[in-house]
Design a protein around this ligand. Structure first.
Ligand SMILES: CC(C)(COP(=O)(O)OP(=O)(O)OC[C@H]1O[C@@H](n2cnc3c(N)ncnc32)[C@H](O)[C@@H]1OP(=O)(O)O)[C@@H](O)C(=O)NCCC(=O)NCCS
Length: 214
């Protein structure tokens, strides 16, 4: 039996004009860690709800691997998170995740992402989010997508607004110990998705659907 028969998500691939997204493989860790250690955001602020980018490189590397492995191992039809490594010209530049609970009934996905700082502001964040939205709406049958970002996070909220999400309330998050940041929740319905001018190219969708119980 080959690896993609054992774990069909390893056969899944999403392709956009500039990017390839594939569920993280162990071989992606060195490149992903390099991309994260090179810097993901201004260290003065913390965009994430868990401050994983504050760690020293050795700890960050191990925790990044642990995070990806734990989500991979926990993925079942009733509760799943697919963390895609985002590659440009074959090099990991960040990660884009998509997750859902009770998806066959609820049909809602949530997403999160990061890119190494040197490539911010070139439309790549929008391109990778559009990729997982196209995958979720067109290939999995999602009807809603949600996300959230710190109220000051203009780039993440910029991606969301450019793709058609609308505000969906705020929530306080303890981003760094003892520090509360207000996060803006956003929501997108399938019919409001501002589609990119390209069509998503995919491999391995049928096997992934079956693995997710669809
Ligand atoms: C969030 C992130 C993935 C966005 O990716 P990006 O490649 O920098 O963003 P893009 O270039 O695709 O921008 C997409 C949209 O947001 C807008 N935007 C981007 N940066 C912006 C900024 N600083 N201020 C205002 N708008 C901004 C762009 O104009 C674009 O909208 P448009 O298509 O209508 O012009 C990336 O900046 C990142 O990794 N940030 C650090 C980690 C992080 O914050 N992750 C999210 C945690 S919730």
């Amino acid at each position: 039996m080959d690896l993609t028969t054992i774990w069909p998500l390893f056969g899944l691939e999403l392709r956009t004009p500039r990017l390839v997204l594939r569920p993280t493989r162990d071989d992606d860790f060195p490149g992903l860690v390099d991309a994260a250690v090179a810097g993901v955001h201004d260290p003065a602020v913390m965009p994430f709800s868990a401050p994983w980018t504050d760690q020293d490189p050795q700890t960050l590397a191990r925790e990044l691997a642990r995070w990806h492995w734990s989500h991979r191992a926990g993925t079942r039809p009733e509760d799943w998170t697919i963390i895609f490594t985002v590659l440009r010209d074959g090099v990991p530049i960040g990660a884009q995740d998509v997750s859902a609970k009770n998806f066959p009934v609820i049909r809602e996905v949530s997403s999160g992402s990061w890119l190494t700082r040197s490539v911010h502001g070139r439309g790549l964040g929008k391109e990778m989010r559009a990729a997982v939205l196209s995958f979720a709406f067109d290939h999995l049958g999602a009807t809603q997508a949600v996300s959230a970002a710190a109220e000051w996070n203009a780039s993440s909220l910029g991606v969301s607004r450019a793709l058609g999400y609308v505000d969906d309330g705020i929530q306080p998050v303890e981003a760094r110990a003892g520090e509360v940041t207000m996060h803006q929740r956003v929501r997108l319905t399938a019919d409001a998705f501002v589609r990119p001018p390209w069509r998503l190219d995919t491999s391995g969708v049928a096997a992934a659907r079956s693995f997710l119980g669809l």
